[in-house]
Design a protein around this ligand. Structure first.
Ligand code: FEO
Length: 392
């Protein structure tokens, strides 16, 4: 796609990647993604904000074909989907400075082998005047690497946020109004990338609160002309209070665990508790991550394989532990054939979650009436905990 002017003298010059389906060999990209780079033309100088994934450097070359001079290449983040074409940009514009935060300097040298002498480190709050366009650099650490930085364009009130507020979405609609059409990709992105740093994201939200922001221009997905809506969504996602929701990753081998999960879902629903189950044999882990953003309770449903939980469920446990959601309660339901340490292994797989463990329900073979009664008591317990938190 050709460059788009998103504000006076400010151009999107990035690349839409409609076909990419996996990020970091881990994160599903059902809607592709984009690598947003921006060109800001001042009266005296020109700045390029970020670049694109190296696989798409030709798109960046096309979009900069008519740009004779770039004086500054701003690197908000050293991860290669944004920084990977910086070596090309520095070669194309031999007089350009590479501008970055102090923690980013060594990372850019280590990851991209760029020459140190081309790097100009800027301090938190430092400004750079391009002539009628003033860039204010704002350190916004851990969204989602330690070196991440944002830029505020003072005259046009545009916040270039790099990864945070982003969404993995390839679209020809480079600029959008509102957040409704982008809510799911933006939440999915937050869940997968930002949630482990929820409290620091919250601090960064406080840091930008004094700014008048008319536009948020992230480095993935569309530019927001109504930034208040995505900021409000981030305030909800990073809030300590969960929702009245149970997330239930489960898998079954011969039907016993499936029957237990079915009874538990019904019992919770009857008590007014929302449940989102994920059969890990086919689950979209992005949707699982999104559900973990809001859930108050995590219940794992697993059969026993040898002595431990089914590996597909352990994947969900590992994911939940890594993403550090704000869940308050957890439990385990499942079955075994002759013996097992399933519950202990699931519990020890969740050290990052500060949760109150509710009594697990484990049966031998197919569940009997006493097992169904125990599942109903677990549903009672979850409903009570949610009530005590004011969620129900
Ligand atoms: Fe989009 Fe953390 O890179």
């Amino acid at each position: 796609m050709k460059p788009r002017e998103i504000a006076s003298g400010v151009y999107w010059v990035g690349a839409e990647d409609f076909d990419r389906r996996l990020f970091d060999s881990l994160i599903p990209l059902p809607d592709g993604t984009s690598y947003n780079a921006y060109l800001i033309r001042g009266r005296n100088s020109t700045a390029l904000l970020d670049t694109v994934d190296p696989s798409m450097v030709d798109k960046l070359k096309d979009n900069l074909a008519g740009v004779g001079t770039v004086d500054y290449v701003v690197a908000h983040h050293a991860e290669q989907d944004h920084s990977g074409s910086i070596p090309w940009a520095l070669e194309r514009y031999p007089g350009a400075w590479l501008v970055c935060s102090a923690p980013a300097k060594n990372m850019l040298v280590d990851h991209l082998l760029v020459p140190e002498e081309r790097i100009r480190v800027v301090a938190d709050g430092e400004t750079l005047a391009l002539g009628g366009k003033t860039l204010r650099f704002i350190y916004t650490p851990w969204v989602h690497w330690p070196e991440t930085m944002s830029t505020y364009l003072e005259e046009d009130k545009v916040l270039f946020s790099c990864d945070w507020f982003g969404s993995h979405l390839a679209t020809t609609d480079v600029v959008i109004e509102g957040v409704e059409c982008i809510f799911e990709p933006a939440k999915r992105y937050y869940a997968e990338i930002m949630m482990p740093f929820r409290r620091i994201v919250r601090q960064n939200l406080e840091k930008i609160r004094p700014l008048e922001i008319r536009v948020i221009a992230p480095s993935h997905g569309p530019v927001y002309r109504d930034p208040g809506s995505v900021i409000r969504a981030y305030l909800d996602w990073t809030d300590d209070q969960p929702h009245n929701l149970v997330v239930l990753p489960w898998v079954s081998m011969h039907g016993s665990t499936a029957r237990m999960v079915d009874r538990l879902i019904g019992g919770l629903a009857e008590r007014g508790v929302s449940v989102q189950p994920f059969n890990m044999a086919s689950a979209d882990i992005g949707k699982l991550a999104m559900t973990l953003v809001d859930a108050a309770t995590l219940i794992v449903g697993a059969p026993t394989v040898h002595v431990g939980p089914h590996p597909a469920v352990l994947y969900a446990v590992t994911l939940a532990n890594a993403l550090r959601p704000k869940v308050r309660f957890a439990s385990v339901v499942g079955s075994y054939g002759w013996a097992g340490k399933m519950v202990d292994l699931i519990k020890t797989g969740l050290p990052n979650l500060k949760v109150d463990f509710l009594e697990p329900v484990i049966c031998r073979g197919f569940p009997r009436q006493e097992d169904f009664n125990a599942l109903d008591r677990l549903a009672d317990g979850v409903a009570l905990k949610h009530k005590e938190l004011g969620l129900l």
